[in-house]
Design a protein around this ligand. Sequence first.
Ligand code: ATP
Ligand code: MG
Length: 446
Amino acid sequence: MRLTRYFLPIIKETPSEAQIVSHRLMLRAGMIRQASAGIYSWLPLGYKVLRKIEEIVHQEQQAAGSIPVLMPTIQSADLWRQSGRYDDYGPEMLRIKDRHDRDMLYGPTNEEQITEIAAAGIRSYRDLPALLYHIQWKFRDEVRPRFGVMRGREFLMKDGYSFDIDKEGARHSYNRMFVSYLRTFERMGLKAVPMKADSGPIGGDMTHEFLILAETGESAVFLDRDLADLTLGDREIDWEDAAQLEGIVDQWTSSYARTDETHDAAVFEAQVSEERRVTARGIEVGHIFYFGSKYSEPLNAMVANAEGERVPLESGSYGIGVSRLAGAIIEASHDDNGIIWPEAVAPFEVAVINLKQGDEEADAACEDLYTKLTARGFDVIYDDRNERAGSKFATIDLIGVPWKLIVGPRGLKNGVVEMACRKTGEKQELAPDDAINRLADRFGRT
Ligand code: ATP
Ligand code: MG
């Protein structure tokens, strides 16, 4: 993309309505624009990031054995009356009437809808397990929408649901999602810690929230430092191997990690030695929850088990805050100059900066880099504006591009361009083709 042809409405002044850094930077970098309270348009740069986050979620969901579907945003109130949630949900639910005076709603979540689909489509235990997910807009009329896309009213969520014949199967499904979430967040360059969540009347230990640590997080978190250092890395996962998954889940759940909702100071002090105790704040980016037959019973989602008896489906639900992640990643990764995108979700991976637009040699070298990088599959932004170098750096650093290739007549005289890393600030002079190869190696684009 040539910057002169792009739509990038950068804001110079710090927007006064934004209380936290991610919201400020998303507005300043022209990623989003508020439409009304808690409702945003995603401008080209923001939309690119959203799509990259979505793509990682899609890939990791499917790798773990979940199947994509797409359910509507508008739902009929009938199913919600059957489950009893139509009245329970309260004012967060946006209720609508259609022209025939039928009660409809903008879905805040989809347990009822997917359970109805499962009930109609699953005949017996042989059809199980079934894991289905979608990435779809939700609406919750939050009392206090704030922090930009982090607590919106309209937001994009990945919500997945599992169906099994018994609790053992449900545990395997739960563990699939637990491990899949570790992978998903690691791929986004995030350190998300699973924390014991409140299971309410369902009881049991199969509910976790995944939080990334950030000062501006809405939850107080308490954890064992050991957990903050744990990574999955590139270990080979066999998703059908229940024991392997259970082993990984055990590894992550044997150390103390809780939010203010489930925190118990006495247990924390007894389990974690003083120097390992971390008290911080966190942003919830995911939540997984086993709820057994909570919806399958009232919605009559019954299937035949191996003995021929009809039993209610055992289920769980698994959410990821896709649009919230765009803000959360910025909270976790920025500096005074702007956003620092992890490579995996960066809207542009490389910026070509022409220090002297209009100089024949500099222009030709930039065009060449731009063409070659694009051909190698890179998302490139070429800053071809007729601007001072300082202003170009400010823009590219604000929008967080991980790598810069800086091209000027002086370097070209010696046959080099400068390659600079946004995250570390490291710089290196290289021949243009060497710079391309270096990046190709790094990104695995050969
Ligand atoms: P919270 O406690 O933050 O209100 P929740 O527990 O109600 O969230 P879930 O129903 O578990 O949320 O939804 C799954 C995920 O969707 C959450 O982990 C979060 O990342 C995201 N999410 C929930 N509410 C919002 C919102 N208002 N704006 C953006 N993302 C949200
Ligand atoms: Mg939650």
